[in-house]
Design a binder for this molecule. Structure first.
Ligand SMILES: NC(=O)c1ccc[n+]([C@@H]2O[C@H](COP(=O)([O-])OP(=O)(O)OC[C@H]3O[C@@H](n4cnc5c(N)ncnc54)[C@H](O)[C@@H]3O)[C@@H](O)[C@H]2O)c1
Ligand SMILES: [Zn+2]
Ligand SMILES: [Zn+2]
Length: 347
């Protein structure tokens, strides 16, 4: 088969490699029907994730068709269409039983193994470990595009932004960073009943997209953002401030715009330490949450997609054939230039 292979920092290529086979009785093999590229893949390519070694097939989001099942698999069969999520869950360890597959012990204490610790899904075929407890059947009549982004960014926005942030109907929230993850948070916050959704981004193009994903207000990030957000909320601040960039300045902004008693839900992946201004915050009764997605909300999100309550496919702005993946990487890596959100690759 062909696959997108990591060849060390800055190196990637679509090339021939061995077909995957069943190695554990709980595995299935899927033919990849649709996959996408994540910002994390770009981090890997920069060399920021040393656990990813040369020769690794990248990718952790897919919709596929089962072509082979391991001896212990009874609830999946050849021909089943499944969503393969970013997070693998053994279903048996303590974190999995608590709904925290993000920290599944059976797969090394981190549920994100595709395109990280094992070969990923940016390939014609992929081996899916712990398949029965990890994949989800795609409802009949629902297209690949409608569910592909339920593999990672939608549950991330929903679980780490909306659920951790405890968004209540009528809440005023701010989402700082209107990239795919921030937009997914806005989309699911709107479904959860958020009243006012303030999108904050430096890029006008991203703010324009935000209004299409539930944002009721847009604010250009930077110097004046805090004043504008406080003005929108009559000086009180927002009920929930979500950080979806991953830099100190935007996390700090979230702590300055949250109302007393509110929540700062950090979604961004941070690479540098941030100063937490406890000298101002200790008195505010705020909650700060962090997290890696577990995917526990995927069944709920699948129902919303099936019933037309959530148009996840809107996140896919650029479409390619799977064998055009190198071009798709170029577009995604220069997302601003192409006004791209997510790319869709069809097998
Ligand atoms: N916690 C999790 O489980 C999880 C899962 C997936 C992604 N993430 C993280 O979520 C974050 C967002 O992901 P993404 O794919 O949407 O990234 P992205 O880079 O596409 O989007 C980030 C957005 O932030 C904007 N931005 C940059 N600086 C800003 C500033 N100072 N003020 C306001 N906006 C600013 C950019 O213009 C861009 O639109 C990343 O840090 C990513 O690693 C976390
Ligand atoms: Zn991802
Ligand atoms: Zn587990």
């Amino acid at each position: 088969m062909k696959a997108l292979i990591f060849g060390g920092p800055g190196q990637r290529s679509w090339e021939s490699t061995a077909d995957p086979g069943i190695s554990e009785p709980t595995d299935v093999i899927v033919k990849v029907d649709a996959t996408t590229i994540c910002g994390t893949d770009l981090h890997i390519l920069k060399g920021d994730v040393p656990a990813v070694t040369e020769g690794r097939v990248l990718g952790h989001e897919a919709v596929g068709t089962v072509v082979e099942t391991g001896a212990a698999v009874s609830s999946l069969k050849k021909g089943d269409r499944v969503l393969v999520p970013a997070i693998t869950s053994c279903g048996r360890c303590a974190p999995c039983k608590k709904g925290m597959a993000a920290h599944c012990e059976a797969v090394g204490g981190i549920g994100w193994i595709f395109g990280h610790l094992i070969d990923g899904v940016q390939s014609e075929y992929a081996r899916v470990p712990y398949a029965e407890t990890s994949v989800h059947a795609v409802p009949e009549g629902v297209a690949d595009d409608q569910v592909l982004f339920l593999a990672d960014i939608l549950p991330t926005g929903y679980e780490i932004g909306v659920q951790n942030g405890r968004v209540q109907p009528g809440d005023t929230i701010a989402v700082v960073g209107a990239g795919p993850v921030g937009l997914a948070a806005m989309m699911t916050a709107a479904i959860a009943g958020a009243g006012r959704i303030i999108a904050v981004d430096m890029a006008q193009s991203r703010l324009k997209h935000a209004t299409n994903f539930g944002a009721t207000h847009t604010v250009v990030g930077g110097e004046d953002a805090e004043r504008q957000i406080l003005e929108i909320t009559g000086g009180a601040g927002v009920d929930v401030a979500m950080e979806a960039v991953g830099i100190p300045g935007t996390f700090d902004l979230c702590t300055r715009i949250v109302r007393a008693g509110g929540t700062v839900a950090n979604i961004g992946v941070h690479g540098a330490p941030t100063t937490l201004h406890l000298e101002d915050l200790w008195i505010k009764n705020i909650t700060i949450t962090t997290g890696l997605v577990s995917g526990t909300t995927i069944p709920t999100l699948l129902k919303l997609a099936r019933d037309g309550k959530m148009e996840a496919e809107k996140l896919g702005t650029h479409h390619f054939a799977l064998n055009e993946i190198e071009e798709a990487y170029d577009v995604f890596a220069a997302a601003g230039e192409h006004d791209a959100l997510k790319v869709v690759l069809r097998g």
